[in-house]
Ligand binder design. Structure first.
Ligand code: C5P
Length: 237
């Protein structure tokens, strides 16, 4: 008997894990979307690569003491995670200017941010995930002011770990998006995924883009660059 499908998102399917209370199976899809679903495609192998990369990064974050929803990688495209109530915020950390902030605020691409910036977006496809402030976040989600601060502090702590991990493999972590979820005991942990779909990753020496921007901008072979990230993680970390 197959697991019960609970939800299908743009990049993953979510199933109830059979016989395991409060656990889910995330199945990574080969689909790629950009610009809030306006650009769509599918790449053989993308689900496997993101599952493997995200699993590896969650394990490295666990070693660094960060609590996440991740339990285990189950197969090429599936992972087992704890069920969480997802907090409807996309928490973006930026070390270097790229993407939406360059257009929104007229900041030149590659401008470094010291200290890194944390931005909050409301996770709502119909509204196009708008940028929001702290008061909006408190109004739109079920978190307290202290929990919002905890989320922002965790995002910056995770940034330090991820920056170090990627630096080890010759990559600048430009920016990334995190999602957090509440476990049944009420605590808040890192959820969703950390992959080249959700991070901007530039080669330290050449500035070559090794992330979903190759698809967004049509400037390269997505599978080849995601393979490159996985190979470097497997070799050096
Ligand atoms: O588009 P923007 O520059 O705001 O994206 C910042 C970072 O968040 C990028 O690494 C992008 O891949 C990620 N992101 C994401 N999912 C979204 C929006 C942004 O993973 N819905």
């Amino acid at each position: 008997m197959k697991d019960v499908l609970l939800y299908e998102g743009k990049a993953k399917k979510v199933y109830q894990a059979k016989g395991k209370q409060n656990q889910l199976v995330l199945a990574y899809k080969n689909d790629a979307t950009a610009f809030n679903g306006e650009k769509k495609s599918s790449f053989n192998g993308k689900g496997r690569l993101n599952n493997e990369i995200s699993s590896k990064i969650f394990n490295l974050l666990h070693e660094a003491g960060v609590k996440t929803h991740f339990i285990d990688r189950l197969s090429e495209t599936e992972q087992l995670v704890y069920q969480t109530e997802i907090i409807p915020l996309e928490v973006v950390v930026r070390n270097v200017a790229a993407g939406s902030i360059t257009k929104r605020l007229g900041i030149e691409e590659k401008t470094p941010f010291h200290p890194p910036l944390v931005e909050l977006f409301f996770k709502d496809d119909e509204l196009g995930d708008p940028l929001i402030n702290d008061q909006h976040a408190l109004f739109l989600s079920s978190i307290t002011q202290d929990e919002l601060q905890e989320i922002k502090d965790k995002a910056l702590e995770i940034n330090q770990h991820l920056t170090r991990i990627f630096q080890c493999i010759g990559i600048t972590l430009v920016d990334f998006k995190l999602e957090f979820g509440r476990l049944t005991d009420g605590s808040i942990v890192l959820a969703d995924e950390v992959s080249p779909d959700t991070c901007r990753l530039w080669d330290i020496n050449t500035s070559e883009k090794l992330d979903k921007d190759v698809f967004r901008q049509g400037i390269g072979d997505l599978i080849q660059v995601y393979e490159e990230i996985l190979d470097r993680l497997e070799e050096k970390v």
